[in-house]
Design a protein around this ligand. Structure first.
Ligand code: AP5
Length: 212
């Protein structure tokens, strides 16, 4: 099984949904820069205060901040069987920094058209518990009990950056800054593109096949 896996794709493509399944069903460590930043915002740390200004407008947090954060995180993990990188790298500079830390085996690229993403994100609900961070969709993946996380019972919330106007900016940022990574990993012979539309478990079956 591939061990170092990058999840690529626009906001709302299903990186968190599939990454969480890889973590719970196959035992990968999942590192999500978005989750780390949101936790920092909740805790009111200096990083959180800085990150919030970028996140609220749909822009990327500066490369040096993110690269430093991820380097520390990777080094603190020590030796683990496999890592899922969810939301990192997001620029070519970040990808080059990651290549200096470890060998990426596979970049899984979830392909979803922009129109579907807006609907997905504005109806997403997230679990705030840092040890859980499950994601739901009001229609496609609703919690069993309205407003409560199935896994830990926490009150679900709507992310500040899931409002329609911010979502449009996030998509613009994705096309400008992150989409070039598809070329980057294609040239490295490490890309596998999976259509991100359809049943979540059927997509996960394709993910499992790709990581064999
Ligand atoms: P981050 O948290 O990484 O957000 P993102 O990349 O925009 O991705 P999302 O979490 O919005 O979507 P996802 O692909 O995980 O989709 P999900 O599975 O939730 O980043 C947030 C911000 O932090 C950035 O804007 C930036 O400011 C900053 N940041 C983070 N990393 C950074 C970095 N490396 N550098 C600089 N800045 C950084 O699914 C979405 C919805 O769709 C859910 O409701 C889900 O239930 C539903 N869904 C999933 N799959 C399906 C399906 N197959 N069919 C129907 N619905 C589905």
């Amino acid at each position: 099984m591939k061990s170092m896996i990058v999840l690529l794709g626009p906001p709302g493509a299903g990186k968190g949904t599939q990454g969480e399944k890889l973590q719970t069903e196959l035992g990968y460590v999942r590192l999500s820069t978005g989750d780390m930043l949101r936790e920092a915002v909740r805790n009111g740390t200096e990083l959180g205060k800085l990150a919030k200004t970028y996140m609220d407008s749909g822009a990327l947090v500066p490369n040096d901040v993110i690269i430093g954060l991820m380097k520390d995180k990777i080094q603190s993990l020590g030796k683990v069987p496999g890592i899922i990188f969810d939301g990192f790298p997001r620029t070519v500079e970040q990808a080059e920094a990651l290549d200096k830390e470890l060998d990426v085996d596979l970049a899984l690229n979830f392909d979803v058209a922009d129109e579907a993403l807006i609907e997905r994100l504005t109806q997403r609900r997230s679990c705030p518990n840092p040890d859980c961070q499950a994601v739901y969709h009001l229609v496609y993946n609703p919690p069993k009990c309205e407003g409560k996380c199935d896994k830990c019972g926490s009150e679900l919330y709507q992310r500040d950056d899931d409002k329609a106007e911010t979502v449009k900016n996030r998509l613009k940022t994705y096309h400008e800054k992150t989409q070039p990574l598809v070329d980057y990993y294609t040239k490295a012979g490490k890309i596998c593109t999976i259509p991100g539309i359809g049943d979540i478990d059927e997509i996960f079956a394709k993910v499992k096949k790709a990581i064999q």
